[in-house]
Design a binder for this molecule. Structure first.
Ligand code: GTP
Ligand code: MG
Length: 478
């Protein structure tokens, strides 16, 4: 059992490629989680495809012991998250298992889209955020400019920001001390009834379904009977463990800790991410609020090049679905391409990853149809159809109107390039179609102006603007 005051749970968040996994490596190495021989670059990116492409797809948790400068031993639970927007859902559930975040910003690149998206999610759930400027070993690194950007665009203080290099290891000691001194300890109660958050679950071919949990109150022990509150089913815990990063069996997890349990559940559909787990013999009344479910937004058809490979494709999809509940598929037949599946993904990178895994791990040659989004088709009789497959388009005589998804966006760029960026936006059908009535907000630092078009808003802002200042452009409605 660990003293809850000596636990720190935190996520590492950043834009893609800003160095989250590399900094996680350094922290693991410093805390002795792996020996020199076991250590490799981005050790938490364990899938082949993650290593080849150098991207994180799945969030990974590691428990480490750290002896602070004051001589006290602390337990650190780190969650390394993916930076690409398609995997934003991984970030949101990782954040809810922790009390704090390390916000990594590449000091050669500055603040980028996912820096903002991820840090806002963290601030929304009251995380303590430690800003870290990475890659200071590179000649193009500009720490002061990046700090100004973080203050202006993200809006968090950077006086105590840490400069570091995931490559050389400079600044890692400071990061570890800041984790201890700035991030809060969890505030659960060990003597209360068991309450756990189901953070993630995946299928392991040896162990079955592995469930990642964060214990809020109470204790989770081997052989204990627990209940999943969403389906009211009871299960016996066969194994309790933590990742160090190797899986390590332990006897119990107590309040404030993050670890995994194995219960003999065979199907991932029973383990709903965001569910609450309680003691079957002493249940709690109210479940935790849970998360918003992830929803596929990009759809396309997948067909085998050779129709005899249909069964292989079907089996492959079923197996991948076991490890990735966020994509969906249903059978489809096309007069040109034969039998196949209509699949939904979180974005284009997710689509690419899944098709690559199908071809590689299940040896199927695929034809992928053009990806599309969901259109809302309003029919004459008032019925509204969510259309994801063009072949289901109703007869034009039955359609009153069709709506296509629009985006709400923030553009961050240098003033010098603004005109080039915004002219095409003002020319888009969306801008032409009547969203001009004061919908555009241009924000530079703390100042903000509103214009009928982007160009007008930027011109209004021109007066007080210096030559190389960052600019945030936000369209108000969508
Ligand atoms: N020179 C230098 N390169 C770095 C540093 N930190 C990371 N890198 C490199 O930057 C690239 C991206 O690093 P990752 O750690 O994979 O970045 P990430 O943020 O985990 O990326 P995603 O998980 O895909 O979002 C790799 O090639 C790293 O070797 C650093 O401090 N200095
Ligand atoms: Mg990574």
């Amino acid at each position: 059992m660990s003293d809850i005051k000596r636990i720190r749970n935190f996520s590492i968040i950043a834009h893609i490629d800003h160095g989250k996994s590399t900094i996680a490596d350094r922290i693991i190495h410093k805390c002795g989680g792996l020996t020199d021989r076991e250590m490799k670059q981005q050790v938490l990116d364990s899938m082949d495809i993650e290593r080849e492409r150098g991207i994180t797809i799945k969030a990974q948790t590691v428990k480490l012991n750290y002896k602070a400068k004051d001589g006290t031993e602390y337990i650190l639970n780190i969650i390394d998250t993916p930076g690409h927007v398609d995997f934003g859902y991984e970030v949101s559930r990782s954040l809810s298992a922790c009390e704090g975040s390390l916000l990594i910003v590449d000091s050669t690149q500055g603040v980028e889209a996912q820096t903002l998206a991820n840090v806002y999610q963290a601030l929304e759930i009251n995380h303590e955020v430690i800003p870290i400027l990475n890659k200071i070993d590179l000649p193009a690194s500009d720490v002061e400019k990046t700090k100004t950007e973080i203050e202006d665009v993200v809006g968090i203080e950077t006086t105590n920001a840490i400069s570091c290099s995931g490559k050389t290891g400079e600044g890692i000691d400071e990061i570890l001390e800041a984790i201890i001194n700035k991030l809060p300890a969890p505030n659960g109660v060990i003597d209360q009834k068991l309450k756990c958050l189901l953070v993630d679950s995946w299928y392991d071919s040896y162990l079955g379904v592995v469930i990642l949990v964060r214990v809020i109150n109470g204790k989770l022990k081997k052989n204990m009977k627990v209940r999943l509150m969403s389906n009211d089913q009871e299960y016996t815990i066969e194994k309790v463990g933590v990742f160090t990063p190797k899986p390590n069996d332990i006897d119990e997890l107590s309040s404030g800790e993050i670890g995994f349990i194995i219960t003999g559940i065979k199907s991932l559909s029973e383990t709903k991410v965001g569910d609450t787990i309680c003691d079957a013999s002493d249940p709690i009344d109210k479940p935790l609020p849970g998360f918003k479910p992830s929803k596929p937004v990009v759809f396309c058809g997948l067909f085998p090049v050779d129709s005899s490979e249909y069964q292989k494709l079907k089996d492959g999809l079923a197996k991948l679905k076991l490890n990735d509940a966020s994509f969906s598929y249903e059978a489809e037949s096309s007069s040109a391409l034969g039998l196949g599946f209509r699949c939904g993904f979180l974005g284009l990178l997710h689509l690419e990853i899944i098709t690559e895994r199908l071809e590689r791990e299940f040896d199927v040659n695929l034809i992928t149809t053009t990806p599309g989004v969901i259109y809302k088709v309003h029919k004459n009789k008032g019925e509204v159809l969510d259309l994801q497959n063009p072949s289901n388009m109703p007869d034009p005589s039955q359609i009153e109107k069709i709506e296509e998804p629009w985006i709400k966006s923030t553009i961050i760029g240098m003033e010098a390039g603004v005109v080039k960026v915004i002219s095409p936006i003002d020319d888009t059908p969306a801008a032409q179609a009547g969203i001009k009535a004061g919908d555009f907000i241009v924000k530079i630092g703390k100042e903000q102006v509103q214009g009928k078009t982007l160009m007008e808003a930027v011109k209004l802002m021109r007066g007080p603007v210096g030559t190389s200042i960052n600019l945030t452009v936000r369209r108000k409605k969508c």
